[in-house]
Each structure stands twice: as C-alpha cells, then as structure tokens.
Write a protein that binds this ligand. Structure first.
Ligand code: NAD
Length: 272
C-alpha cells in the first residue's frame, strides 16, 4: 500500500512541462509520467523531439500529449492552456522549464539578445504561471487528488545566486525568477497553491553542450562541482516529482538547489 502510493505519487494529476521536448524538461516529463501524471509536453519549434518524448512515455505505459506554444507569447500560452483544460478539465502541476541562453560579453550584448532571453526565461514563466494559477483558483481544492490546490515549479538555476559574466541576460532572468517565484508563493499560499523553484547546477543537456565539448572543458567544469560529477536530467526529474507530490506539501517559496554543491563556493575549499 505504502509502496504503490510512493511509486505513483502523482496519480490522477495533470501536469504541463514547458520545454518538455528536450534536456531537463524531457527528464521531468518522463519522471512525472512514471509517477502516474498525465503529462503535456510543451515545445515551441521541435515537434519531432516532443513526439519522441511522448512516444517514450506512452511506450512505457504512461500518458502524454505534445502541445505547441511559444511561452513568450501570451496568445500561444492561452491557447495551450485552453487545449489542456478542454481535454482534461483542469491542471494540477505546472513545471515552468523553458529557457534559453544567448551569450555575449556585456559590452557587446545587443538589446535583442537581452530581450529574447528575458522574454522566454522570465516573461514566459510569468505567463504560464498566471494561467495555471487562474485555473487552480477557479477549480478550487481537490483533496482526494492532492493536498495542495495546485503546484508550480519554476526551473531556475544556480545563477539565481551566482553572478555570470558573459551571460548577464541569463543570470538576470534567473534572479528575476527567484522574486517571481517567492512573490507568487506569498500571494497564492492562501489558495493552497505551492510555488517553488529548482536550481539546477550543471546538467548534461543541449543548452551547455559547448561547455562540455572537450575533455579539458569537462575537467574545468568539474572543478566547480564538489560532488565530482555532472548532473543528468533524471536527477532533476526525481526532485521535481517529489516537490510536486504531497510529500513536499509544507514547502512553498523555496529554491531547491540540485547542483552537486556548485553553490558551496568550491573555490574556497582550500581556504581561498
Ligand atoms: P534545453 O535547450 O535542452 O531545453 C530548453 C527547452 O526550452 C527546449 O525544450 C526548448 O524547446 C524550450 N524552449 C526554448 N524556447 C522556447 C519558447 N519560446 N517557448 C517554449 N519552449 C521553449 O536546455 P535545458 O538544459 O534542458 O534547459 C531547461 C531549463 O533548465 C532552462 O530553464 C535552463 O535555464 C535550466 N537550467 C539548465 C541547466 C543545465 O545545466 N542544463 C542549469 C540550470 C538551469
């Protein structure tokens, strides 16, 4: 009894994972489906990748559907939510995961590079969270399904606290997500909506392929990770399932760093 409950911790719950077609989002989508959730795998352009994630989930006996939307566009986001609500009646879990990098030295960064990253990483999370919270409040509690009326998980980064030269647009978006998440958590807690972030460290995905290209680059990256290994999307998937489950019911307004110790200032390990 206890075992089956823990294996299917998200049974009967509808989850949307933005950017679920790749990397961490795909890891979260698969983990949530394995925990019993009906998962919507959002993508913006990569329909084939989203279809492959859906196929992997359904082949394993889970339930998943691909849904297109550019999260930085209000009309797209509203259409995506309408589709989910029409098909499922409601939503229980939003994983705000879509994110991009457009790197440039500060002196060279264009307004376009700045704006694009803020639009997708920060405004995209606002737009999706607002639609999800509106639905959670409209529907109200469903205690037989979950203790919380709704759960929002924002994919942040260690760069919500670690500054990042050459990536000011990205680091600013993640710092912004911290206050977006905490302010939403404060405002929505009376509705029994939990809002939290996951702050991944270095996870092996397409977003950072270039930083892991050569053994030398990988070795450099590992000097920043006290635990001595690069993370995998499944490391984040497992944590997202737990954070969305009733086992984490008293947690709201928190960033959970999943980073092998990257936020421990490893440069100071030998007294600086
Ligand atoms: P990724 O490039 O594999 O995935 C990014 C996803 O975002 C893709 O599915 C992409 O289709 C989607 N996306 C991009 N623009 C979009 C848009 N306009 N609308 C909808 N979806 C869009 O990279 P990833 O590493 O899996 O990144 C996922 C999240 O994790 C991002 O928010 C990223 O900032 C964060 N993160 C990643 C790492 C890491 O080391 N990989 C570390 C910290 C945080």
């Amino acid at each position: 009894m206890t075992e089956s409950f823990s294996v299917l911790r998200l049974r009967n719950q509808i989850a949307l994972v933005t950017g679920g077609s790749s990397g961490i989002g795909a890891g979260v989508a698969k983990a949530m489906a394995a925990a019993g959730a009906v998962v919507y795998v959002n993508y913006s352009h990569s329909a084939d990748e989203a279809a492959a994630v859906v196929k992997e989930i359904t082949d394993a006996g889970g339930q998943a559907t691909a849904v297109q939307a550019d999260v930085s566009k209000e009309a797209d986001v509203q259409r995506m939510f309408q589709q989910i609500l029409q098909e499922q009646g409601t939503l229980h879990i939003l994983v705000n995961n879509s994110g991009i990098q457009q790197d440039a030295k500060f002196l060279d960064m264009t307004l376009e590079q700045w704006q694009k990253v803020i639009d997708v990483n920060l405004t995209g999370q606002f737009l999706c969270a607002r639609e999800a919270a509106r639905e959670f409040v409209r529907r109200g509690p469903q205690p037989d399904i979950s203790a919380a009326t709704g759960k929002i998980i924002c994919m942040s980064s260690v760069h919500e606290v670690i500054p990042w030269a050459g990536h000011v647009n990205y680091a600013t978006s993640k710092g912004g997500i911290m206050q977006l998440m905490k302010s939403m958590a404060q405002e929505l807690a009376p509705h029994r909506i939990r809002v939290n972030s996951i702050g991944p460290g270095a996870i092996a995905t397409p977003i950072n392929e270039e930083a892991r290209d050569t053994p030398e680059e990988e070795k450099n990256l590992l000097t920043l990770i006290p635990y001595g290994r690069i993370g995998q999307p499944a490391d984040i998937g497992k944590v997202a399932v737990w954070l969305a489950s009733d086992e984490a019911d008293y947690i709201t307004g928190t960033t959970l760093f999943v980073d092998g110790g990257m936020t421990l200032y490893p440069g100071f390990a030998d007294n600086g």
